[in-house]
Design a protein. Structure first.
Length: 234
């Protein structure tokens, strides 16, 4: 039997209340392949989720390998932050950037650096024009050459942490990453791509500090925000 063009379009949708509903079309009522269509869609979704998870874990491993983390306390908080943020809408943004963490021995305020890496800089680093079959892609990982694009290197310098306060340390890391993305034009544009139109308009009218607090709350770091604010005021 020749399959219809809509085959595989039936999906199981997880609702906020924990229940699952099946999303169908009006024409599905008379479809003899409905159950097979649902199974096909579930299998495709599971395979995609597995690929996304592998991609996420591979990116996290590369970030940790290339970063400089001196203490286990900070390292575990960086790992927790990365695992949580890649599950949020911001995770889509992070794949377009190379995010690195550097823990410094000297005490001071944590800060971040944003470095656009252009194709000409890649040429200079490699000593020749990057027009071969492979090059660094937008995530900074080795992949097939698709275009002469660079990528954005975003570095978070961690010059302090709060002993025995995991929430505050995770909050500090989250705050610096979100502050970095929300403080330059390219980062703001990327953030607005994962917001609704009304949220994007509101976000652009906020002050820099309000943007950071709003995004931390939106992406599930409310408790960590409170913890780091308490530490900073004590």
């Amino acid at each position: 039997m020749e399959r219809k063009a809509c085959f595989g379009s039936i999906q199981e949708i997880s609702r906020p209340d924990g229940f699952t509903t099946v999303q169908t079309r009006p024409e599905c009522r008379n479809c003899v392949e409905m159950m097979e269509c649902l199974r096909y869609g579930k299998k495709a979704a599971e395979e995609k989720n597995e690929r996304d998870e592998l991609k996420k874990q591979d990116m996290i491993a590369q970030i940790l390998d290339l970063s400089q983390i001196l203490t286990n306390e900070v390292g575990s908080c960086v790992l927790e932050f990365l695992n949580r943020i890649y599950q949020s809408p911001l995770g889509v943004i992070l794949f377009r950037n190379l995010l690195l963490f550097f823990e410094l021995l000297q005490k001071g305020s944590s800060l971040s650096l944003t470095v656009p890496v252009t194709p000409s800089i890649l040429d200079l680093i490699q000593g020749e024009e990057v027009n071969t079959e492979q090059s660094l892609d937008r995530t900074g990982t080795l992949g097939e050459q698709k275009s002469r694009e660079g990528f954005t290197l975003r570095i978070i310098l961690i010059q302090r942490h709060f002993p025995n306060n995991r929430k505050a340390n995770t909050g500090l890391i989250a705050r610096e990453v979100i502050r970095m993305f929300s403080s330059d034009k390219d980062g703001m544009n990327q953030i607005c791509q994962v917001l609704t139109r009304s949220e994007g308009k509101l976000f652009r009218t906020m002050s820099p500090d309000s943007r950071v607090k709003w995004l931390m709350q939106k992406w599930g770091f409310q408790d960590e925000l409170k913890a780091v604010e308490r530490e900073m005021t004590e």
